[in-house]
Design a protein around this ligand. Structure first.
Ligand SMILES: Oc1cc(-c2ccc(F)cc2)cc2nccnc12
Ligand SMILES: [Mg+2]
Length: 215
């Protein structure tokens, strides 16, 4: 028995999902985490909203804050057109190691790059170190205490442009009240609220979409 829950999830996927099939990987993570061990993936219900927003945005460059086991990176990457890139930031090296294997097993490794470290260090290095000019879509799913600071950092680093889409998880639970206040009142975002439920739970949660209107 693998020691960590994240390793057990990966083991279950490797033993039961279809290799090279990202939908199968997503479905099996949802099956394991709804039946055996809860884990903080965006999940199937909020995942359908994520899918819809990714499809309507059709992004070329995606930034994800908070990789965890690679569930949402796999979920997003399966929808991206050829030649697009997803850069995902994870500060926990053990989670990054699991995510790397999950993404590889799903067969989306050519689109996904895992950046290990903290967002406050990595975001300012995206242009110089990772050759990013602008990001079209940002999935914010790390620590709600960092949502606002990292959004301001994306603005300051000129990484988001008019039309860039931010989508934030957990704006109700655990909650990101200062982020909601910021994007809804600073005047630079068109916001949409998507009520849903916490992954694998009946607790209320929601996603907030914030489309950048420009500086
Ligand atoms: O989706 C999430 C849920 C939770 C979470 C915490 C405590 C609970 F009791 C339930 C759920 C934490 C998260 N941290 C980072 C990114 N996403 C998260
Ligand atoms: Mg989350």
């Amino acid at each position: 028995m693998a020691q960590r829950k994240e390793e057990r999830i990966l083991e279950y996927v490797k033993q039961h999902a279809a290799e090279g099939d990202p939908q199968s990987v997503v479905d099996h993570i949802d099956k394991y985490c709804s039946q055996k061990e809860w884990a903080m993936h965006v999940g199937d219900e909020k995942g359908l909203i994520l899918d819809q927003v990714v499809k309507e945005t059709n992004p070329t460059i995606v930034l994800e804050l908070g990789t965890y086991c690679g569930y949402s990176a796999t979920r997003i990457a399966r929808l991206l057109k050829p030649g697009s890139r997803l850069l995902t930031v994870e500060m926990n090296p053990e989670n990054a190691a699991v995510a790397k294997q999950m993404i590889q097993f799903a067969g989306v490794q050519d689109k996904v790059e895992i950046l290990e470290g903290s967002t406050e260090v990595i975001i300012p290095s995206l242009k110089t170190k990772y050759g990013v000019d602008r990001v079209d879509f940002v999935f914010i799913d790390h620590f709600s205490e960092r949502y606002t600071a990292d959004t301001k950092l994306l603005e300051e680093c000129q990484l988001i442009k008019k039309g860039s889409v931010l989508l934030a998880d957990n704006v109700v639970f655990p909650g990101a009240p200062d982020f909601l206040e910021y994007v809804r009142t600073c005047g630079r975002y068109d916001c949409t609220y998507y009520p849903s439920h916490l992954e694998y739970s009946d607790k209320l949660d929601a996603l907030e979409k914030a489309v950048f209107k420009g500086p």
